[in-house]
Write a protein that binds this ligand. Structure first.
Ligand code: NAG
Ligand code: NAG
Ligand code: NAG
Ligand code: NAG
Ligand code: NAG
Length: 929
């Protein structure tokens, strides 16, 4: 760890409430060092303090500087923004509106800072067409020339396909495409790809400490630095030399062909080069000539450490100190022997199908002699650069995908390194074994009654759903006996008799396999109670404590008073008499516990579902608010606001083994570049029906356009996603496991102007679409089939889009006059998917939208919401919460009551009153089978 975290421990021994021992354990450091000093300078490198009571000590950590500037402490220790002394050499070309091409965004902002000019990014990318060399601002004091010293391109054509990776040998191919077009394509591609996925640089403006040498050295401000004398012991390696020749050919191809308009015969090209280099026309190229040409043409840019004079070193076969035409031909002809790439036309598109959980190897059929190195891409992004455990590109050019998930479905292309003309596309479809679930599992009814059984199926592709009785198809020849609703979501057996006793089976079949579940019906004169097989409870958090209800009968089941003492401690649940509870968020952890934040008490309470008492108190950083549960890792992620306001100096903590019966504590994930506490938001994927185990979440930092990708299992940041081109500070981020989409709504930093909806590919973080005019909070339906965007500004507009293999397709939208406060998804009766219910900030109505037909309905008489100014911690003043796939109910807290709504009949089941500001509701379901 390079940086010293400047962290100050503030210990408040005499707070009103006795604060118990804090056992927040810093995950990243040796916790045995506890410093109680108020002088951060005394902190030694690598040491940190009890993470709970962190305060900034480095004022720069909380001082926001514009881009291109960094924060420094001035002589009195005040934070000041000054121009960034250097940027990383990271290549992410960008046009400025000053017409210049910059090496990366950082360089652009830095140049703006030094010059005092307002330089914006020119998204038209006009400057690429001019073939400029990227500039870096040279800030070395130079009294004679106060104007910026820029290195503009001398040549009018940027050599196409300049190769700057030196890792892959051989495989050179001369393309005969129009060089200019190629050049632009290359630049465009480069820009797109880097924007899409590259690490580094932009988001953390002051982190480029490793590249302090980048100002004047490197990439030859003139060729004088590189071996103009071409001593045999120059730095030029054989590999680089090959690259140099290769680039030289491509470059001259472009240039000479443009001048002469001739065909592309290689000998002709080489002969033209020879006569051009042979300035004294003596039929031989000597060191002086080569050096001169090298300098004139800035050859050093073509390959880092090589110059033309290296031709003498490598290809002067007769050692006479000069190169004759033959030697020159030979030097370049070696390249021609390399790889002519080909692909059988019939193999251009290859369909691959696999099942979730499989390991898959895909071979690339692009061939050449010698075998060219193969590049695999998805959405244009080089997969070898992904560094992902489950997606690997092998040396032999095959792609290996481990433990396939639905998110892996999609197109993969492969091509020879340096030849993007011959491309093979592999279309991967991934299917799942269907799942099916019936309810009830057993029922006992009297003759003459009607039996109703429900079935929910999931799967990709969506399975065919059939009902069977005792393994036989239903007898449709019996009139009015059976009614199959929707796509098999429900079976009704009418006017039952003893013969209807039996095992009714719901069966789901797809290419992925088959699944069945059985609902037994017993017809008897005196039905034995079969008992409840599933019971739902709803925990409601209000100003005076917690109330637990049984929704069917609308019974109050249990209460926890705010003034109760937490068992085994001497602390109150909320506080002494007269203290109102303050609740942040509450979540269900494995149907076993409810975790709820108490922002003002800096802690998370763990409530046992069966016992309905507080069983653990977990101390956190200040003002914990948001909570998310990751079931596959059994982690609860906590976002601590560290302020009563939502102002982006938050910290993140993790509670591990969250569903285990034990004493829990928090750990911090690895901080981002020491920017420990500038977190704006944390977006953890929610669980979905298709059962994908998400491995990553995203984090945003204050006012930064982009996302940090967080590896949940390792609690580490793995990647930065730059969204500057979309002017996007993500506000809400949701995930679809089907086709692996990440959907977010964007805002401009500082002004908060809304900049539309972005859809990324979860695997590569490549941007799939940007819809600037589609604004509002996105939601993904639990079965991943639809995305619903709810825009509550101006008028309320609900936009429904379908999840497809290429992103989101518009289906329809609905405009309503209701001021929507919250939405929830409830299982649809007619399809295996979901419908939408919405509550209102100021009306006693609930809005219903059938997401498949667009049909709208209102449920009235659900009471008024509490006043919007009473809402805290970014909670809505009127939530609505659905009880899950087989639950029949939703609950919506109003001013002083909760309303239980039957989602099937779309009516109010009951109103339970006498509550002071019910604010949060969490469902739990206990199954008894
Ligand atoms: C630039 O390179 C020269 C020699 O290659 C070296 O002496 C000098 O320190 C370098 N400058 C910087 C800023 O790294
Ligand atoms: C019914 O299921 C079929 C697949 O078996 C699917 O194509 C169709 O869209 C479904 N219809 C509805 C209304 O869900
Ligand atoms: C607690 O809430 C009640 C009603 O919600 C309010 O009248 C009272 O002022 C609050 N008390 C405190 C200490 O905030
Ligand atoms: C995948 O490739 C096929 C064949 O090139 C193309 O038709 C299809 O549109 C591609 N799909 C996506 C999502 O890009
Ligand atoms: C929505 O709320 C705003 C302010 O809260 C109010 O001015 C407006 O009238 C409401 N719209 C409707 C249709 O109730």
């Amino acid at each position: 760890m390079e940086r010293v975290w400047l962290i100050l421990a503030l210990v408040t021994f005499s707070s009103a409430m006795s604060r118990r021992h804090r056992d927040a354990t810093p995950y990243f450091d040796d916790e045995s060092h506890r410093l109680w000093s108020s002088d951060a300078a005394e902190l030694l490198e690598g040491e940190t303090v009890d993470a709970h009571v962190i305060q900034h000590h480095d004022p720069c950590q909380a001082h926001f500087c514009e881009r291109g500037r960094v924060c420094r402490l001035d002589h009195v220790g005040e934070p000041q923004c000054e121009c960034q002394p250097f940027c990383s050499r990271h290549r992410k070309l960008v046009c400025g509106n000053d017409g210049r091409l910059y090496l990366n965004h950082c360089e652009l902002h830095r140049a703006a800072c030094f010059s005092g000019a307002r330089i914006h990014i020119d998204r038209s990318r006009k400057c690429f067409r001019k073939g400029l060399m990227p500039i870096t601002w040279d800030n070395t004091p130079s009294p004679a020339t106060p104007a910026p010293r820029t290195r503009e391109e001398k040549l009018d054509l940027e050599p196409p396909q300049i190769r700057d990776d030196l890792t892959q040998g051989g495989g050179a191919v001369l393309t005969t495409r129009s060089p200019l077009e190629d050049d632009q394509n290359k630049l465009q591609n480069e820009v797109t790809h880097l924007e899409d996925g590259e690490q580094q640089d932009e988001l953390v403006s002051s982190s480029s400490s490793s590249s302090s040498d980048s100002i004047s050295n490197n990439s030859g401000s003139s060729s004088s630095s590189s071996s103009s004398s071409a001593s045999p012991n120059s730095l030029c390696s054989l590999q680089q030399y090959e690259i140099l020749k290769d680039n030289l050919l491509l470059y001259h191809h472009a240039r000479l062909m443009a001048e002469n308009g001739r065909g592309s015969e290689r000998e002709y090209l080489v002969s033209l080069m020879f006569s051009k280099f042979d300035t004294n026309n003596n039929g031989a190229l000597d060191r002086t000539e080569l050096t001169q040409v090298s300098q004139e043409e800035e050859v050093s840019r073509l390959a880092e450490d090589c110059s033309l004079a290296d031709l003498l070193h490598f290809d002067d076969t007769n050692n006479d100190g000069q190169l004759n035409l033959n030697e020159f031909y030979t030097a370049f002809s070696k390249l021609y022997s390399v790889s002519v790439v080909s692909l059988d036309k019939a193999l251009e598109v290859n369909q691959v199908s696999a099942r979730v959980g499989d390991n898959l190897e895909i071979k690339c059929d692009v061939t050449g002699t010698p075998t060219p190195p193969i590049v695999w891409r998805r959405n244009g992004l080089d997969l070898a650069a992904l560094n992902s455990e489950d997606i690997r590109v092998f040396m032999d050019g095959s792609l290996y995908l481990t433990r396939l998930q639905l998110v892996h479905a999609g197109n993969y292309t492969c091509h020879a390194d340096r030849n993007k003309d011959v491309v093979q596309t592999h279309i991967l479809t991934v299917h799942t074994v269907p799942t099916v679930q019936v309810t009830p599992h057993i029922q006992s009814l009297r003759p003459g009654e009607e039996a109703v059984m429900s079935c929910r199926a999931t799967g990709e592709p969506f399975p065919k759903v059939d009902w069977l009785k005792n393994d036989e198809p239903l007898r449709v020849d019996i009139p009015h006996k059976y009614q199959v609703v929707g796509n098999g979501t429900q079976l009704r057996v009418r006017n039952i008799g003893y013969a209807d006793t039996g095992a009714y089976m719901c069966q789901a079949t797809s290419v992925g396999g088959m699944a069945r579940d059985i609902s037994s019906l017993i017809v008897q004169e005196n039905p034995a109670p079969t008992g409840e097989q599933q019971e739902s409870r709803v925990f409601v958090f209000h100003d005076w404590g917690v109330a637990v209800y049984e929704p069917d009968e609308c019974r109050l089941f249990h209460v926890i008073q705010g003034t109760d003492v937490i068992p085994g401690t001497q602390e109150y649940v909320c506080g002494d008499k007269g203290t109102n509870c303050s609740w942040g968020r509450a979540i269900n952890v494995a149907e076993r516990y409810i975790y709820v934040t108490q922002p003002r008490l800096d802690r998370v309470l763990v409530v046992s579902v069966p016992q309905m008492v507080v069983v653990d108190v977990i101390v956190t950083d200040q003002y914990p608010v948001d909570l998310s549960y990751v079931p596959n890792l059994d982690q609860v992620w906590v976002l601590n606001w560290r302020s009563t306001k939502d102002d982006g100096i938050k910290t993140i903590q993790v509670i591990r083994d969250a569903s285990q019966k034990k004493k829990h504590h928090t750990v911090h994930p690895e901080p981002i570049d020491g920017h420990f506490d500038l977190v704006e938001n944390l977006f953890v994927p929610s669980t979905q029906d298709l059962g994908h185990d998400f491995r990553y979440a995203y984090v945003t930092h204050t006012n930064q356009r982009g996302l940090y990708k967080l590896d949940l299992a390792n609690m580490k940041y793995v990647k930065t996603v730059d969204l500057t081109p979309y002017n996007c500070v993500p506000q809400h981020v949701v995930f679809s496991s089907l086709h692996g989409l990440v959907v977010m709504d964007c805002q401009e930093p500082v002004t908060g102007r809304r900049t539309g909806q972005l859809v990324l590919d979860y695997l590569t973080d490549a941007v799939l679409s940007h819809k600037p005019s589609l604004t509002g909070e996105p939601h993904v339906v639990p079965d991943s089939s639809l995305a619903v965007t709810v825009d509550t500004q101006d008028h309320v507009k609900i936009v429904v889009q379908k999840v497809t293999d290429h992103g989101l397709d518009y289906m329809f939208d609905v405009i309503t006059t209701l001021n929507v406060s919250d939405v929830t998804f409830f299982p649809s009766r007619l399809t295996h998917s979901y419908d939408l219910f919405a509550a209102s900030t100021d009306k006693d109505d609930i809005f219903f939208l059938d997401l498949h037909t667009g049909k709208v309905e209102m449920i009235t008489g659900v009471g008024r919401a509490m006043s919007a100014d009473l809402a805290q911690w970014r909670n809505t003043n009127r939530p609505i919460v659905s009880s899950g796939v087989f639950g029949r109910f939703m609950v919506s807290p109003a001013e002083a009551a909760i309303f239980v709504i039957n989602g099937e009949t779309r009516t109010v089941n009951c109103e339970i009153g006498s509550l002071v500001h019910p604010r949060l509701a969490v469902w739990v379901t206990r199954k008894y089978i």
